[in-house]
Write a protein that binds this ligand. Structure first.
Ligand code: PHE
Length: 316
């Protein structure tokens, strides 16, 4: 019987063939329905009932077969999540790189333009132009790596402010980032460390502009509403007056954060700039120290150890 065949159709194509044989152009029901007008009332009602019953049966079987097909597909594609997967080695951004991106973004938002310079520097850019000529006692402030030809491994990014002023002249608002080298090694000092240098020279730049920018920088970089700064007199041959900036950390201890000051007239002169017309400030700090503080890292050497286990667990 047709009804049993519908009920027992094993697949959607089989059901479709049956449907065509019943309701298609030459289908059995189609033929009967064409004759409807010649039938008695009772027979018409009976045919109508049969018509809807068959359509209903087709529809239900179709749904059953579709559901069964879906369940079969699901069972087939099921993932065994208990299987051991191959370990995946995913790279992450190194904490120092991440910190540098953040520092640069803050300084750029203040209008400082980024510069770079060579790590092997000549005496002029690393010392002499920075008002530290030969025999100047301040050369001993930094334990320098000398190369046989008299060049040095850059001891400070301050060398880049000279290059920037020579190249661009004034007014200038720039910052430089890069590795610097000194002969020292303990938990907070390595022979290589990252420094950031800022320089702003124009006609009316003052010490309060300097302190304002430093305060805004710390606020934005550390995400603080307010920062307590302590300004102490200091000495650098290339700034006068020179200051050291401390910042109150966690409301309890003072941390030494950076050196800064008003650019010494000799430095401006060495770059062909008239100090009677232009003045400005410079500041410099260790960017790895800032990263250590922001992310609460205890030992600077971890940052340069390239130990994958540490890097993976450092929270980056
Ligand atoms: N170059 C100084 C240092 O390495 C830091 C500094 C930069 C100080 C600019 C003043 C102005 O210690």
């Amino acid at each position: 019987m047709l009804k049993d065949s519908i009920q027992n159709a094993k697949s959607i194509p089989e059901l479709q063939d049956l449907y065509t044989a019943t309701f298609g152009k030459n289908g059995t029901m189609t033929a009967k329905l064409k004759e409807m007008k010649n039938l008695e009332m009772d027979a018409r009602a009976e045919l109508n009932r049969e018509n809807s019953e068959l359509r209903e049966l087709f529809k239900n079987r179709q749904t059953e077969l579709e559901n069964a097909a879906m369940m079969a597909a699901l069972a087939n594609e099921k993932l065994d999540v208990s299987l051991n997967a191959e370990p995946e080695n995913r790279g992450t951004i190194h904490p120092l790189t991440q910190g540098l991106h953040e520092i640069s973004a803050v300084l750029e938002s203040f209008g400082y333009v980024r510069y770079t310079g060579p790590e092997i520097e000549d005496d002029w850019h690393n010392f002499t132009a920075l008002n530290t000529p030969e025999y100047h006692p301040a050369r001993d402030m930094q334990d320098t790596f000398f190369l046989a030809n008299g060049n040095v491994l850059r001891t400070q990014t301050s060398a880049i402010q000279i290059r920037a002023m020579e190249k661009q002249g004034v007014p200038i608002k720039m910052f430089a980032v890069g590795s610097t080298y000194r002969k020292e090694m303990d938990a907070t000092h390595g022979p290589m460390f990252g420094q950031v240098e800022g320089l702003y020279i124009d006609k009316n730049v003052t010490m309060s502009d300097l302190i304002g920018d430093i305060r805004s920088f710390f606020k934005k970089f550390f995400g603080l509403d307010n920062v307590d700064l302590r300004i102490r007199p200091s000495y650098f041959p290339f700034t006068d007056p020179s200051i050291e900036v401390d910042m109150k950390w966690n409301g309890e201890r003072w941390l030494e954060m950076m050196g800064a000051g008003m650019v010494h007239p000799n430095v401006l002169r060495n770059c062909g700039i008239d100090p009677n017309e232009y003045q400005g400030f410079a500041f410099g700090f260790g960017w790895d120290r800032l990263v250590m503080l922001k992310y609460n890292l205890p030992d600077l050497r971890d940052l340069y150890g390239n130990d994958i286990r540490w890097l993976k667990n450092s929270g980056f």
